[in-house]
Write a protein that binds this ligand. Structure first.
Ligand code: NAD
Ligand code: TDX
Length: 330
């Protein structure tokens, strides 16, 4: 089997490539990645036999050639950071919408199986006390340029399934953590701040809730959907990991042996979604998937160790990220 993995030099994509090489020796992997600020060849270092093609998912000619030689496309490539989408939405429209459209046209022409990676943010947010979590029947209600372009990409996939018979599945996952995550994101930003002796930065009061899942559990679920999911279906991926941001920061402070009050409140994100929460019962019951990383604190400790051991990977980006955040009071 030949699989084309878009965005395979980013956080979740690189972990997916690594898991695939480790667990599925019969699968030949090609990565298509534009190596934007978020992509890094170094995330694929040490892997034998993985071909990296540097280019955009919006480049129709390149995409057509690569899709023609593949049996399966797993589409991770995206502009992925909400804060960036508030500063400049244009690459989000180009990559998330035009890029997904370009891939869909190619898989349609060549009859290639497609799996689309998406996010729980397409459903908008929940009240803190809302008993109903997101399911695949929750209406779309995205808040930011990031989540609205992801929502649009999901709707394109659904339309290509229904109108053109494209063989596709979609997964919408909650917040991931683990190795190789860019230092602009919440958990790696605070871990690398703490390594540097800097106080963690909490947007607003820190009461916004995210439903954390380890990246390895996300990627195992993606393979379960590719192996046994029903064509045209959407599967929500989550591991019942709801925590507010303050709890996450305080757990990290504990892991670093620092005082529980040793953090700063900074300017809130405009339009900041309050809470995400996933009901993954369809995935669990239909495909038998279960998360392996059920202890958040020990998952965080392993992630802290990874950042301590891999400073050469993140250090080159840290100062520029902090300069950007300082400009918005964050
Ligand atoms: P990331 O920003 O770390 O990686 C994105 C990768 O896509 C990078 O390697 C980048 O170079 C590449 N890319 C960007 N534009 C491209 C283009 N035009 N052509 C080819 N490659 C391009 O993102 P991530 O956190 O790994 O997210 C991967 C996917 O998972 C995204 O689709 C995102 O919406 C989804 N997702 C992420 C999370 C999360 O918590 N990070 C949760 C749910 C879903
Ligand atoms: O310094 C910070 N302080 C802080 O309090 C940063 C960077 C973030 N936050 C808050 C904002 C969010 O409530 O932490 C929470 C998580 O923030 P992000 O890491 O930016 O993630 P989020 O906006 O929730 O989106 C993530 O999960 C869903 C991914 O970036 C998306 O790609 C994915 O779709």
């Amino acid at each position: 089997m030949r699989v084309l993995i878009t965005g395979g030099a980013g956080f979740i994509g690189a972990n997916f490539v690594r898991q695939t090489v480790r667990e599925r020796p019969g699968v030949a992997v090609t990565v298509l990645d534009a190596l934007t600020y978020a992509g890094d060849r170094a995330s694929l270092a040490g892997l034998e036999g993985v071909e990296l093609v540097v280019g955009s998912v919006a480049d129709a000619e390149l995409v057509d050639r690569l899709v023609a030689g593949s049996d399966l496309v797993v589409h991770f490539a995206a502009e992925s950071h909400n804060d960036n989408s508030l500063n400049d939405p244009s690459p989000f429209v180009q990559t998330n919408l035009v890029g997904t459209y370009t891939l869909l046209e190619a898989v349609r022409r060549h009859g290639v199986r497609f799996h689309h990676i998406s996010t729980d943010e397409v459903y908008g947010d929940l009240e803190l006390d809302d008993p109903a979590k997101f399911t695949d029947r929750t209406p779309y209600n995205p808040s930011s340029p990031y989540s609205s372009t992801k929502a649009g990409s999901d709707l394109l996939v659904r339309a290509w399934v229904r109108s053109f018979g494209v063989e596709a599945t979609i997964s919408n996952c909650s917040n991931n953590y683990g190795p190789y995550q860019h230092v602009e994101k919440f958990i790696p930003r605070q871990i690398t701040n703490l390594i540097d002796g800097v106080r963690p930065r909490l947007y607003g009061a820190g009461l916004n809730v995210r439903d954390w899942i380890h990246v390895e559990d996300h990627n195992a679920a993606v393979w379960a959907i590719i192996d046994s999911g029903r064509i045209g279906e959407t599967y929500l991926i989550g591991a019942d990991g709801e925590k507010n941001n303050l709890e996450v920061v305080q757990t990290l402070l504990e892991v670093f042996g620092r005082d529980a009050g040793d953090f700063d409140h900074v300017a809130d994100r405009p339009g900041h979604d309050l809470r995400y929460a996933i009901d993954a019962s369809k995935l669990r019951e239909e495909l038998g998937w279960e998360p392996r990383f059920t202890d958040f604190r020990s998952g965080l400790e392993t992630t802290v160790d990874w950042y301590r051991d891999n400073e050469a990977w993140w250090r080159p980006r840290k100062a520029a990220v902090e300069t950007k955040y300082a400009a918005t009071g964050q």
